[in-house]
Design a protein around this ligand. Structure first.
Ligand code: NAD
Ligand code: IPM
Ligand code: MN
Length: 358
């Protein structure tokens, strides 16, 4: 039995870091079946096609998806309206019911953090971001567009069903960690309706996990705590949009966008999960061998561990563990090189990880 992986390299540095991850995958010796898909801003500009329902049906047949990044220059008028972000990335997360966005914030040995005096023992937590609802649901509308009377709304969809499955997953993660602590992040003092649903569901599920200690922070205070005292956090559960924002902050305190890995998980196994770096296509550094491939390589490790676990494939789990260990063996060499610029080329970092695997 070998894992089948759909590969969406995407735009900008996406193909560069995905190539790096696939080289590492080859080096593990694990047999996999892989198929490349062209979905990206570049493909859209050439063909007018984004991602169809038929495409999603093809992707469903894979065990997992590895994605680099999609999206062009943030201000390109031809890509306005989130045509790529909504049309590819969010469509995949929603259609494949990847309701958990699993985003570790972990400072590896040797990586510099901008937080003075902090080390790996202070920055080691996991954000469980709700991934199918909230402000990302696409609900709302606009009227009288372009006139002085223009109005628009964007609704924060919150369902007890959607919150509960995410919160339950987060408790499960917290339960298996040493500190077994889970913090709910919201803004219940202003978003009173949505906040009340989250709090009610959170408290209800908490009763089933007496061994997990719980806490609550407003999202603005959470940003302050992440910088001032990140060591207090173990697992965070957070609505979609707040999770997007705090995980970029999380990436920054853990060494930069080139480090942060993530998984869009369908924990029920009804469709493939999708693994991708937290970063985007980084048009500013594309094509220059500057992208740090660690985030993509670590996302591959996560893919192998998670998918192997769901499929009962011990060899894949073991290969994923080895990828993680190889990354951890390499990061001390980045010491003193500064945020996100490892001081090495994409190819050099990839070669170091492969050497560490051997
Ligand atoms: P970005 O993450 O692409 O870049 C932000 C900054 O981080 C840039 O300065 C970039 O050079 C740096 N950076 C990112 N990844 C790096 C890496 N691996 N190594 C070194 N430096 C790295 O965010 P952005 O500029 O806001 O977005 C660019 C495009 O990517 C947009 O079209 C956006 O919509 C899209 N995007 C896609 C995804 C995704 O596909 N998952 C995620 C975020 C943004
Ligand atoms: C991320 C990205 C996406 C998000 C965008 C590109 C739709 O920022 O994966 O963090 O907002 O979730
Ligand atoms: Mn983001």
């Amino acid at each position: 039995m070998s894992l089948s992986i759909a590969v969406i390299a995407g735009d900008g540095i996406g193909p560069e870091v995905v190539d790096a991850a696939l080289e590492v995958l080859d080096a593990t010796g694990l047999a996999t079946e892989r198929e490349a898909f062209p979905f990206s801003a570049a493909h859209y500009l050439q063909t007018g096609a984004v991602l169809t329902d038929a495409d999603v049906r093809r992707l469903r047949r894979f065990d997992a998806i590895l994605l680099g990044a999609v999206g062009g220059q943030p201000n390109d008028p031809r890509l306005a309206g989130g045509v790529i972000e909504k049309g590819i990335l969010l469509k995949l997360r929603f259609d494949l019911d990847q309701y958990v966005n699993y985003r570790p914030v972990k400072l590896y040995p040797g990586i510099d953090t901008p937080l003075r005096g902090r080390g790996p023992e202070d920055i080691d937590f996991v954000c469980i971001r709700e991934n199918t609802e909230g402000l990302y649901a696409g609900m709302g509308g606009a009227a009288r567009v372009g006139t002085p009377q223009e109005v628009s709304t964007q609704t924060m969809l919150t369902t007890a069903f959607g919150v509960e499955r995410c919160v339950r997953y987060a408790f499960g993660v917290a339960q298996h960690r040493e500190r077994a602590h889970l913090t709910l992040i919201h803004k219940t003092n202003v978003l009173t309706h949505a906040g009340a649903t989250w709090k009610r569901v959170f408290d209800g599920v908490a009763a089933e996990f007496p061994q997990v200690e719980t806490g609550y922070h407003h999202v603005d205070a959470c940003c302050m705590h992440m910088v001032a005292n990140p060591g207090q956090y173990d697992v965070l559960v957070v609505p979609n949009m707040f999770g997007d924002i705090i995980t970029d902050l999380g990436a920054a305190i853990a060494g930069g966008m080139g480090i942060a890995a993530s998984g869009n998980l369908n924990p029920d196994g009804t469709a493939p999960s999708m693994f991708e770096p937290v970063h985007g296509s980084a048009p500013d550094i594309a094509g220059q061998n500057l992208a740090n491939p660690i985030a993509a390589i670590d996302s591959l490790g996560l893919l192998l561990r998670e998918t192997g676990r769901i499929k009962g494939d011990g060899e894949a789990v073991e290969a994923g563990d080895r990828v993680g260990e190889a990354v951890r063996a390499v990061t001390p060499r980045f010491a003193g090189k500064g945020l996100d610029r490892s001081g090495y080329g994409t190819d050099e970092v990839t070669a170091m990880v492969i050497a560490a695997l051997a």
